[in-house]
Ligand binder design. Structure first.
Ligand code: SF4
Length: 350
């Protein structure tokens, strides 16, 4: 190894041959060895026991940390959800969450941006504005940190901070890395990209025909309401969104999800149910009902059980296929729409 070689800021996101070059390793197979250890979740060269000891020592001296980011806070609530605050190389902080469902399936909820420019009025992240896009390695490292807590994590959802379609190239790069069968080997069908309805991203996803799952935050099928709730609807109103979804469905041929955040006395009436039924006509979808997760700085309210039951009864009558998401992570502000880092933390070192 060249002693004076400049070391990379992270090894995550690199293929074995890139690791080989970045570390200046002499033997070709050592790139693969290091890659395998990264996937096993080690945090130092010292733990890579099949590398010669002097090499481990030299690498460890030159690069004490394998990742560019570090966990600065960890909180777990009674539902078993764990939220991590991760400090990035420039001091910005991003959050991600590990969720465990009834079947004990572990899902990593990852962020694609620090903050978000989309400004959805029911979402805490939306109050932060956009700080910056994440690079692919910063997305991957969130998964790495979460997987240290739960090595049996099998699923990924891009439902953390940010709009993944607004950072499309880096998100896709991270997905391809995490999917590598010789690496983390996360099946593409176990990865979900969630968007607020950025049509160019939906069309791009159709174009590359990557068989990940798509989720679209609909929230309401009424244009005026949706514009009020989600500024994205001004640029991409419901008719255009539906055309894009029909195209996506035609190309990809897979069922997708419409997320419906339920807001007390706003989008839970019978009219809302009927508009939803009309919107999904011709689409092969399942509607995911998410009673709003409270956020102190926002004025919305969570619908009560009776209100939810009346809405779902109407959906049953109208033949709308739906599921109810039971909110996990509320206890650590880690449920859907609750992630946010105080802006002064994000801006601190930029
Ligand atoms: S719901 Fe998603 S797209 Fe909308 S502001 Fe929140 S993070 Fe951004």
């Amino acid at each position: 190894m060249d002693e004076h070689k400049k070391m990379p800021k992270t090894l995550y996101g690199m293929k074995p041959n890139e690791i080989l070059g970045a570390l200046g390793l002499e033997k070709t197979f050592q790139g693969k060895q290091v890659y395998k250890w990264l996937v096993r979740g080690v945090s130092s060269f010292e733990e890579m026991t099949d590398l010669p000891k002097p090499l481990r020592f030299r690498l460890g001296e030159a690069m004490p940390r394998l990742a560019s980011s570090e966990v600065v806070d960890e909180q777990t609530d009674s539902s078993g959800a764990t939220k991590l605050a991760i400090q990035l190389i420039d001091g910005a902080v991003v959050e991600c969450v590990l969720l465990t469902d009834k079947e004990d399936r572990k899902t990593a909820c990852l962020s694609s941006q620090v903050g978000c420019a989309m400004g959805c009025t029911f979402c805490r992240t939306g109050t932060m504005g956009l700080v910056r896009n994440l690079q692919a390695f910063e997305i991957i490292e969130q998964f790495v940190h979460l997987r240290r807590i739960a090595p049996d994590t099998t699923h990924i959802v891009f439902m953390g901070m940010g709009e993944p379609m607004a950072n499309f190239a880096e998100v896709i790069q991270a997905i391809n890395y995490l999917h590598d069968p010789a690496g983390f080997d996360i099946g593409l069908r176990r990865i979900t990209i969630s968007t607020c309805g950025l049509i160019p991203g939906i069309l791009q996803l159709a174009e590359i025909n990557l068989p990940v799952k798509l989720a679209v935050s609909l929230v309401t099928a009424d244009n005026a309401q949706r514009t009020e709730l989600m500024p994205v609807n001004k640029a991409y109103p419901l008719e255009e969104l539906k055309s894009a979804l029909l195209h996506y469905q035609h190309v990809v041929g897979k069922r997708f999800t419409l997320e419906y955040v339920m807001l007390h006395n706003y989008n839970t009436g019978l009219q809302s149910a009927r508009k939803l039924a009309a919107f999904i006509r011709g689409l092969d979808v399942i509607v995911n009902l998410i009673p709003w997760n409270p956020a102190a700085e926002l004025d919305w309210e969570t619908p009560d059980g009776k209100e939810i039951a009346a809405f779902t009864r109407e959906l049953d009558l109208l033949g709308v296929p739906y599921t109810r998401r039971f909110s996990r992570g509320r206890g650590v502000n880690g449920a859907c729409g609750q992630l946010a880092v105080p802006k002064n933390v994000c801006d601190s070192n930029l």
